[in-house]
Structures are given as structure tokens and as C-alpha cells.
Design a protein around this ligand. Structure first.
Ligand code: ZN
Length: 307
């Protein structure tokens, strides 16, 4: 199944993460020795791909050199019983990483996504996010001692005397909101972000802060960035966004009024669009956003309420 604007890329629960088994080193060793198991090699957050831009995934039993050279090996899960591992080759020069993996190129998953199945895109993004986390957690934030990986790469533990702190992969949630104007005709609020090209409009988004609910974050972001207060907030869906640690949580909100006051910092411009205006923009060659973005999904479902 390919990714289209009806499905959200990078999620989907394609793998059995086998949380009850991955804590057992003997079980993991047996999976690595299993002829069916495969390895996804990554280099500095990029997928390693063949000349025809397919992700390489050698059999684990044929990848002794790759596994020995890896900075980190993590267990992603079981795909119809077949174990999928990912390895990080980031400390190697690019040419060496490509040679070890038998790959032609290192490419970001977002540049490949149109040619991947939904399951492939989800696995590559998952591997990227998990391996990225490991690279930033080599030392304990409490005592400064080195940490070691465990549980198939889903935990790190501190080796410091008397510390033993456990580190878990961190997720940083962000809210993304399609705001509707009150009354008729139906209009939605889009903004141009600082640095975005002229005519590039998107929904509003921001990170959730400590001590906030998701709905609090929606209200604060809209008030801060666009001077819009909202009377109603409803959940629409969420998207894994491990670039490197995000979770995008999509909402729809109704504004109390049509007044807008952009902050001039994050947003340089914001305005209301009718459905007809948005459709005209699409017809004019301005897509609603990247195919892998929840932004496009929120706008697409607003334009076509039957979806
Ligand atoms: Zn420690």
C-alpha cells in the first residue's frame, strides 16, 4: 500500500514490537541468528538505499561485518514473525557505511517516501528516530557516567555507581491545528511561517510545553502566534514524526472571531481561506502540503468532509 493523502505516513502499527520478549538477551540473540531476520542500516539519520533507491535490508546472518561495525543495533519488531533490526553506522565515513551495507546512497526517508510502501516508510522513520535517540544519550544526565543499551535498544541504563538511572526514548509532542472561522461561509486560517516562500500557506503548529494539556497548547499557540482565541477544540488524529522525536497531534478548532494579529516572529502573515479559494490554489498548482504531512491531511479532510 502506497502513502496517499488519505493515510498518514510513518505510523500504522506494522510491526509487533514484542515488548515482552525484547527484554530477553537470549531471545534477541536467537532472532539475530535466525535466517529470516533482516537488518536496516542507517547512517546519520539517513536510509541506506540501492541504486534504484530501495532501502537495503540484508539478512542478519549474512551481515556479520555490518553488525560488528555498528555503533548501535536495535530491535524494531516482528513483521509477520520475521525480526527486523536496525543498525547505526554514523561514526563511519559515508563511503565505508555504504560499502558495509552494500548500498549506493544515503537518503533521508522524507525524500524517499513517495516510492516506499506505508510499512517501509513507517519502519525507516521508526529506525531513524530510535537510533537518533541513542546517539544523544551516551551519558547519564544525572551523574555523567556512560549509559548502556538494553531491552533491544528501547532503554538505556546508567552504569554509574549508585545511580542506575533508566533512560527511555523521548517523544516531543506538537499540536497542529486547522482553525475555522465562526459562521458562514466556512473559512480556515492559514499562515505563512518565517522563512517559508511567498505564497506558501500552512496550518498552525507548535510544541506542547511542560504542564500543558494538548488542548492548552492549541489555545496558547493560536493566541501567541495569530492573536486568535478559540471556543472549541476537537481531536482529529495523530502522526508519528520521528524527525527526530516528534508526535504530531492534529486538531480542529473554531475561532471566537475572525480577528487575526500575527506575532511577526514565527508567523509573518495569516489569513482566512474559503474552500473555493483553496481548491482554486490547488488547481493553480499549489499543493496543500507535502504528501507525508498531517497538514495536508487536515486540509484535505476539511475540503472534502466525506473523507
Ligand atoms: Zn547516572
Amino acid at each position: 500500500m502506497r502513502i496517499d493523502e488519505r493515510s498518514l505516513a510513518y505510523g500504522g502499527g506494522w510491526l509487533d514490537r514484542a515488548a515482552g520478549s525484547r527484554t530477553d538477551p537470549a531471545w534477541l540473540a536467537a532472532r539475530l541468528a535466525d535466517r529470516a531476520s533482516v537488518v536496516l542500516p542507517l547512517w546519520r539519520d539517513r536510509c541506506l538505499v540501492s541504486a534504484d533507491r530501495r532501502p537495503v535490508r540484508p539478512a542478519a546472518v549474512d551481515a556479520a561485518g555490518l553488525l560488528a561495525a555498528a555503533d548501535e543495533t536495535v530491535f524494531l519488531g516482528l513483521e509477520e514473525g520475521r525480526a527486523i533490526f536496525a543498525v547505526d553506522l554514523s561514526s563511519r565515513p559515508e563511503g565505508e557505511a555504504l560499502a558495509l551495507a552494500g548500498a549506493a546512497e544515503a537518503v533521508d526517508v522524507r525524500a524517499l517516501v513517495g516510492g516506499l510502501t506505508a510499512a517501509e516508510a513507517a519502519m525507516q522513520a521508526y529506525a531513524k528516530g530510535l537510533l537518533h535517540w541513542h546517539r544523544g544519550q551516551r551519558y547519564c544526565g544525572g551523574c555523567g557516567a556512560a549509559t548502556v543499551t538494553r531491552d533491544g535498544g528501547h532503554t538505556r541504563s546508567c552504569g554509574g555507581t549508585g545511580c542506575g538511572r533508566l533512560l527511555f526514548p523521548r517523544i516531543e509532542p506538537a499540536v497542529i491545528v486547522l482553525v475555522e472561522a465562526p459562521g458562514e461561509p466556512g473559512r480556515c486560517l492559514l499562515a505563512r511561517h518565517r522563512g517559508a516562500p511567498e505564497g506558501s500557506w500552512s496550518t498552525l503548529a507548535g510544541f506542547v510545553e511542560v504542564g500543558e494539556s494538548l488542548e492548552d497548547a492549541v489555545r496558547r499557540e493560536l493566541a501567541e502566534e495569530a492573536g486568535v482565541s478559540v471556543v472549541e477544540v476537537s481531536y482529529q488524529g495523530s502522526q508519528a514524526w520521528p524527525f527526530p522525536a516528534g508526535l504530531m497531534v492534529g486538531f480542529r478548532a473554531t475561532a471566537a472571531s475572525t480577528e487575526i494579529r500575527v506575532d511577526g516572529e514565527e508567523l509573518v502573515e495569516a489569513r482566512w481561506f474559503t474552500r473555493a479559494e483553496l481548491r482554486a490554489r490547488v488547481a493553480d498548482g499549489h499543493p496543500l502540503g507535502r504528501i507525508d504531512s498531517i497538514d495536508r491531511h487536515l486540509l484535505g479532510s476539511w475540503l472534502d468532509p466525506t473523507r
